[in-house]
Ligand binder design. Structure first.
Ligand code: SF4
Ligand code: SF4
Length: 665
């Protein structure tokens, strides 16, 4: 069959047309590629606009086009747009090919002649390739209406509640004994100074008692199999050594337990808990967990005070870890962040100088439910500071640690300034590089803190030291900094230093990413499908990332993302089935030597080895068509739909312009 190909060259405003002579490219395609079947070639200002799409649809219908090439931006951005346009006009969407003359040409060249010549080559490659394209049909798979949410911080709770309130079942899995996440450790939230627990606790209780939510705390996901719509997940429910059916949460066991342990999770090392404990008073669920490492009975075989006094016989020292298997259609990852370890900035003295505190320590110190019942005091537990220095950007915006901005540190530093001022009347200094107070009511809060008398020093702090040079520095911590507004070095003595530490990806984010088949950015945050247009989806269909698992963010943004991911999940559930891209890899069993090289390379765990037949096999529902295995197979036994050898070779021929003259018969 002779193909009828339409070529559409986009100006992309001046994005492409500013560097590429788009009229010339279209004219050239019509003249030089006519023998390959190009029957029409047009240029248009915005091909992705409705008018641009209508232009293509009209040509498909009126000229009977059988193939379409759009020379525009990257397939990542608009391949779907043009495939839908083709489908609307009755053409199989996979007979459309995108030639990226924006990312690959106009954005990387300045010479118009060179860019125009290269655009012609790219278009020529796409025309040769599209001739080899075959019509494909989407693969439809059913959606299991159950959802797994991993992480019980505010983003995960929000996500779980939205789905559960819509009438669908959610498994909410949390590593710690209670849901609540970091927000449960805070006293006040900026900029409104709401009591954190007052706004969080009702949500926690709602999640804990919701008929559509199965809460699995003290639990971790250990295996994920399957694909969108049909994930099979194994969860390890760690032994609490408490029978949840019998426990009433009375707290007598904790009261009677003789073993005190420093609580370096919830109390950030400033307070104590017992060996059997609930992390905080409003914990959900409200029954305790036994810390096996520190329990006297597990250590020495004696004690059992908790068992003796428990009025309901709920203590069970024989309890074992349990593996639970669940089937879900979608997964939301809300695994949160780790706080930057301030010890790494050794010149700020944290861990060496007692009165240098981290932001989390200060949160506990200022919390009415914390170890000092909200009294802001020095490490001795009684002295109220008369002067406090708050250092911003600790571990963030710093090439030695993390280049990125942690988003919350400025506002957190302002909140601390307000609380110190309000509760101690101390002189407060904030040391900042530049102040970032975007979002609603944030800058107003900054103005309020300024008016309260907090002093601001712009410049990166070089050092915190206790080595006094002058008499007024004796017994103090001295903050040595460059004041970039005054243009001089300053030494400011204070009683207390608070490090407004940045956020980091969870220490095990890469392993967790591998478990769920999603990738991490260079910095270690989970990678979203599109940073602007699709910030909660991932490249793996059916897996979403929300809150700080995706990158640093504040509470409102985390809540918004939790809700956004739920909307995506509900959309899938309500459609009852999902259409998967048919671009997949397949193994030719005759050619497969069983070497298994491809098995470990697939980033989506889509390849299984069939030992009986000594061949590898690809699960089409899991395969994302990335082509890794196609390139790796030494026997050439794997081919990719949409990326066949014929298509690739034709494209190379086109790019090299070996296709320009018709081959004589
Ligand atoms: S004493 Fe028994 S019932 Fe009370 S909290 Fe402890 S385990 Fe639960
Ligand atoms: S193309 Fe191969 S490596 Fe890529 S997702 Fe599919 S099976 Fe895995």
């Amino acid at each position: 069959m002779t193909e009828k190909i339409g070529v559409y060259v986009c100006h992309c405003g001046s994005n492409i047309a500013g560097v590429v002579d788009v009229e010339d490219v279209a004219k050239w395609a019509a003249e030089k590629l006519g023998h390959q079947g190009v029957v029409v070639a047009r240029d248009y200002k915005f091909m992705c606009s409705s008018l641009g799409q209508e232009l293509i649809e009209k040509d498909i219908k009126e000229l009977g086009l059988t193939r379409v090439v759009v020379a525009a931006c990257s397939p990542h951005l608009h391949e779907k747009t043009f495939r839908i346009a083709a489908q609307n006009a009755g053409l199989n969407p996979y007979l459309v090919e995108l030639a990226s003359i924006r990312e690959q040409v106009s954005w990387v060249h300045t010479d118009k002649a060179v860019a125009t010549a290269k655009s012609k080559a790219v278009v020529s490659g796409a025309v040769s390739r599209v001739i080899e394209n075959a019509p494909l049909d989407e693969i439809k798979v059913p959606i299991n209406p159950n959802t797994l949410v991993v992480g019980g911080g505010i983003a995960g709770i929000q996500s779980a509640l939205e789905i559960a309130n819509a009438g669908f079942h959610v498994y909410l899995v949390e590593r710690e004994p209670s849901i609540g996440g970091h927000m449960a450790q805070f006293d006040k939230t900026f900029p409104t100074l709401d009591c954190s627990a007052c706004i969080l606790t009702p949500r926690m209780v709602e999640a804990g008692t919701h008929p559509n939510i199965t809460l699995l705390t003290w639990s971790e996901v250990v295996n994920v199999a399957g694909y969108v719509g049909n994930f099979n997940v194994t969860i390890k429910k760690k032994a609490r050594f408490i029978n949840e059916e019998l426990c009433t949460g009375c707290g007598i066991c904790q009261e009677k337990c003789p073993k005190k342990v420093i609580d370096d999770v919830y109390e950030a090392g400033l307070g104590y808990r017992k060996a059997v404990y609930t992390p905080f008073a409003q914990a959900v669920p409200n029954f305790p967990v036994m810390d096996k490492e520190n329990c006297i009975y597990f250590e020495k075989g004696t004690c059992k005070a908790c068992e003796k006094f428990c009025p309901t016989n709920a203590i069970d020292f024989n309890q074992q870890d349990e593996l639970i298997n669940i089937d879900v259609g979608n997964i939301v990852l809300a695994t949160g962040y780790d706080l930057f370890d301030a010890r790494r900035v050794s010149n700020y003295g944290y861990g060496r100088l007692p009165n240098v505190f981290t932001s989390l320590e200060f949160e506990r110190l200022s919390n009415a439910a914390g170890p000092t019942t909200g009294n802001i005091v020095l490490r001795d537990g009684k002295t109220v500071p008369k002067s406090v220095g708050i250092i911003h950007c600790v571990g963030s915006r710093d090439r030695n640690f993390n280049n990125y901005c942690s988003v919350i540190c400025c506002m957190q530093g302002l909140k601390f300034a307000h609380l110190v001022h309000e509760r101690t009347g101390a002189t407060v200094y904030n040391f900042y590089i530049d102040m970032r107070t975007a979002y609603k009511a944030y800058d107003e809060f900054y103005q309020r803190v300024l008016e309260e008398g907090t002093l601001f020093v712009r410049g990166k702090v070089a050092e915190v030291t206790d080595a006094a040079r002058y008499s007024n520095e004796r017994g103090k911590l001295i903050i040595q900094t460059e004041d970039t507004l005054a243009g001089k070095q300053r030494r400011i003595p204070v009683d207390m230093v608070i490090l407004s530490s940045g956020l980091e990806p969870r220490h095990d984010a890469r392993e967790v990413g591998k478990l769920f088949g999603i990738s991490c950015s260079m910095d270690g945050w989970f990678t979203e499908k599109h940073p602007k247009l699709d910030p909660v989806s991932t490249m793996t269909e059916g897996i979403y990332i929300v809150g700080c698992a995706q990158g640093p963010k504040d509470i409102p943004s985390s809540v918004a993302q939790g809700a956004a991911a739920s909307a995506r999940v509900l959309d899938k559930i309500l459609q009852k089935e999902v259409a998967l891209e048919p671009i997949k890899a397949t193994v030719n069993k005759e050619m497969c030597s069983g070497c298994r090289i491809c098995n470990g390379l697939c980033p989506f765990n889509a390849i299984a080895f069939l030992a009986d037949d000594n061949v590898s096999e690809i699960n089409p529902a899991l395969c994302q068509g990335c082509g890794t295995c196609v390139a790796a197979c030494p026997a050439g036994a794997i081919s990719g739909t949409g990326f066949s050898n014929e298509q690739i070779i034709a494209q190379i021929d086109g790019l090299l312009m070996r296709n320009l003259e018709p081959v004589e018969a």
